[in-house]
Design a protein around this ligand. Structure first.
Ligand code: FES
Length: 99
């Protein structure tokens, strides 16, 4: 059962393999979105780019980047992912709301 660790919240949750990172994050009450994006996001269909997280460790334990991520994260570091497009396959550590 994969573990997701969150920074800066210092929280840790356990999920079923292939869980969508966004779904697990919201379900466990971890703040994923910046202020306005809490109300104004696309609902997890890869269109708004507001669910971005920085993967601090375990990038190899995530699904491949989707086409939506390639478009939305074109000018962002390779460690950034869209939580709504990312399946968790193993243990990871992520930073929510990266700068
Ligand atoms: S919630 Fe809109 S891109 Fe992830």
């Amino acid at each position: 059962m994969p573990t997701i660790r969150y920074e800066p919240d210092a929280k840790e949750i356990f999920v079923v393999e292939e869980t969508i990172l966004r779904d697990a994050t919201i379900k466990n009450g971890i703040d994923l979105y910046k202020t306005f994006a809490k109300l104004m996001n696309c609902g997890g269909v890869g269109q708004c780019g507001t669910c971005v997280v920085e993967v601090l460790s375990g990038a190899e334990s995530l699904s491949e980047r989707t086409d939506a991520e390639e478009r939305k994260l074109r000018n962002k570091p390779a460690t950034y992912r869209l939580a709504c497009q990312t399946l968790v396959l193993g243990d990871i550590t992520v930073r929510t709301k990266p700068k």
